[in-house]
Design a protein around this ligand. Structure first.
Ligand code: DQA
Length: 171
């Protein structure tokens, strides 16, 4: 069975009540449960971990006991060389998820230490973005051809990748 690790970073434990006008009303527990259920349907073993602590996320990655990751690093996206290094070190493919579209928010959110090493990114889709990321994992893990992978990674209607993947060195 394909093992999928879903990592959520700082403050995402507060989803549902945290700035709902930006992040919506769905709680992280609801997101995690939906991912586990859909994962079971897709034949994926889904494990979810949220932490407010960078080192906890890095320690979990270093266990290397997963095949794919879905990562919403939250604020660490914009600051953490160490989380980037950990993702590179473990060498597992991952889908970057953000509920909002950081590239359309404050300038400091346009620095992104993860986007260029992610296999795909889903941004600005709210809680649904996690489910979309899981579908990408299922498709890619089942061995789609390279051309099909590109279509799945940037489905029709998603934002322009040049918008969702700003150059971290460009600002
Ligand atoms: C976020 C976007 C980040 O900029 C922010 O720091 C978060 C949440 C998102 O899911 O939209 O905590 O990752």
């Amino acid at each position: 069975m394909i093992r999928v690790l879903v990592l959520n970073g700082p403050n995402l434990n507060l989803l549902g009540t945290r700035e709902p006008e930006i992040y919506g009303h769905t709680t992280l527990a609801e997101i995690d449960e939906a991912l586990r259920l859909r994962g079971a349907e897709l034949g994926l073993a889904v494990e979810c971990l949220q932490s407010n602590h960078e080192g906890v996320l890095i320690d979990r990655l270093q266990q290397r006991d997963f095949d794919w990751a879905i990562v919403n690093a939250a604020g660490l996206t914009h600051t953490s060389v160490s989380l980037r290094d950990a993702l590179l070190a473990v060498g597992r493919p991952f889908v970057e998820v953000h509920l909002s579209d950081p590239s359309r928010r404050e300038p400091f959110r346009q620095v992104n230490f993860l986007h260029d090493i992610a296999d795909a990114a889903i941004v600005g889709r709210g809680a649904a973005g996690y489910a979309e990321a899981l579908e990408i994992v299922a498709s890619q893990a089942s061995g789609l051809a390279a051309s099909e992978k590109a279509d799945v990674a940037h489905p029709a209607g998603s934002a322009d990748p040049s918008q969702t993947h700003p150059d971290p060195g460009a600002g």
